[in-house]
Design a protein around this ligand. Structure first.
Ligand code: 1GP
Length: 248
């Protein structure tokens, strides 16, 4: 699809891509639009919209509308369940939380959501979602059997299973606001395992140096949420991350 193709092209041309995560529960639609516009100026490639709690309904739709209008960037939904879908986004990370203990996050929400993805005309981007320690809110909500930080081979095994299921993207998640990002060794082992599938890494990335270390280890798409939300100067923060990680 067009959004997946755009991300693949960004990775091919710049070596890596950057996604800004905006949680509709953290600010109003107008502020979300302003953040997205500044992030676009800072070089982000697309906006992810989602959150574990309260990212649904009217707030979600209005946030997506404002982001698209202000930034001109594609919006990719990052849903925690069926309620994280809406009709005015461009695409959806159609993901399974592979290390969840709960059928709900492995396949049930996906089955209930699939007809809506079709009806809304959203571009589904198949993704293996894997949560690593400490895991944060999403680890708790998603009932994840967290991958220990010193077991890169376990992350790589889940990721390879996702690739064999046909998922074209793998997301290693440390949890929003994590003290430290996913360890570079785990990123490297995972990238070696999945070959041409795209590797997304997020959670706790707050500096250009951190983003660069992860890209050097094999990450192709870097996600930042909290850093953007807390930043006084969103454009400068995003520029720090994107300039450190692109063209390596
Ligand atoms: C959460 O990985 C993302 O799904 C972003 O994490 O908020 O720590 O940037 P941060």
């Amino acid at each position: 699809g067009p959004v997946e193709g755009m991300l693949a092209t960004a990775v091919e041309t710049a070596g890596a891509a950057h996604l800004t995560l905006i949680d509709p529960d953290s600010q109003g639609p107008e502020a979300a639009g302003r953040m997205a516009k500044a992030a676009a100026k800072g070089g982000t490639d697309a906006i992810m919209v989602g959150g574990s709690v309260g990212a649904a309904g009217r707030a979600l739709e209005d946030t997506v509308r404002s982001i698209r209008a202000e930034s001109g960037l594609p919006v990719i939904l990052f849903p925690s369940g069926v309620s994280g879908l809406c009709s005015n986004a461009d695409a959806v990370f159609f993901m399974s939380l592979l290390n969840s203990r709960s059928a709900s996050y492995l396949i049930e929400n996906q089955a209930l959501g699939a007809p809506l993805v079709y009806k809304y005309g959203l571009e589904p981007i198949p993704m293996a979602y894997i949560i690593v320690e400490p895991g944060g809110t999403v680890g708790w909500v998603g009932d994840a059997k967290l991958i220990p930080r010193d077991k890169p081979e376990l992350a790589a095994a889940y990721a390879l299973a996702g690739k064999y299921f046909g998922m074209r993207m793998v997301y290693l998640e440390a949890g929003s606001g994590a003290g430290d990002p996913v360890p570079p060794k785990m990123v490297a082992a995972t990238k070696r395992a999945i070959g041409d599938a795209l590797l997304i890494v997020g959670g706790g990335i707050r500096s250009g140096d951190a983003a660069r270390r992860l890209v050097e280890a094999g990450a192709e798409i870097i996600v930042t949420g909290t850093g953007v939300e807390r930043s006084e100067d969103v454009e400068a923060f995003v520029r720090e991350i994107t300039s450190a990680m692109k063209g390596l």
